[in-house]
Design a protein around this ligand. Sequence first.
Ligand code: URA
Length: 240
Amino acid sequence: MKMRLDRWLATVSAGSRSEVKQWIRGGQAAVNGRVILDPALSFETEKDSLALNGKALDGRVTRHVMLHKPAGILTAARDAKQPTVMDLLPPVYRSIGCMPVGRLDKDTTGLLLLTCDGELNHRLLSPGRHVEKRYRALTDGTLTQEDAEAFAAGMDLGDFTAQPAKLTILGPSLAEVIIAEGKFHQVKRMFEAVGKEVLELHRSAFGPLELDPSLAEGQWRELTAEEEKALREAAGMEKA
Ligand code: URA
């Protein structure tokens, strides 16, 4: 992405726009090894290399993150009272505009993606793209073949009709569920429609991405180049 040096530096460092202008005019900023004194010059954030006082900075402003969301944390960009998933990441992710891709309920754990790419985010959530999400649900009742059939048939949930979903019974009250949409409380509401309450809900996959088993709850990492490519393919932004 092309960006003015002052805006770029303010985005990826802790400095305000006026502070970074002073740093630049004082000869403290270098791009590709050359000191740049003009704050208004533009550079390619993902290609050019940025340094401050001789120290290389990570100048990327397009990043994608996989977070193992713990229970008890809100999926929101910010909240006046409660901690949000953004509080689990270093502040730079907020300043470069990273946002959660959809939401998991406060008590839901598992894979949450965050991206600074607004178009990717929007496309991954678009109902027409049918990007699958996989969950593991522990319920308060005994799951039956009729429940699986009800999920497979699609369900009238009052304000909307859920598309057919795949329910695989893993144990008396434990199931894997795959849905291709993501309406508010959808999985919980589908179980409620067959008379069961979800006691625990965990998302293990989003589209082509599986939750990295090495991430403990609350831990995160950036996506690899392959994962980003697979996600862009799922979003219809890149050819497979
Ligand atoms: N469905 C739900 O009911 N809750 C979630 O957090 C995700 C999907």
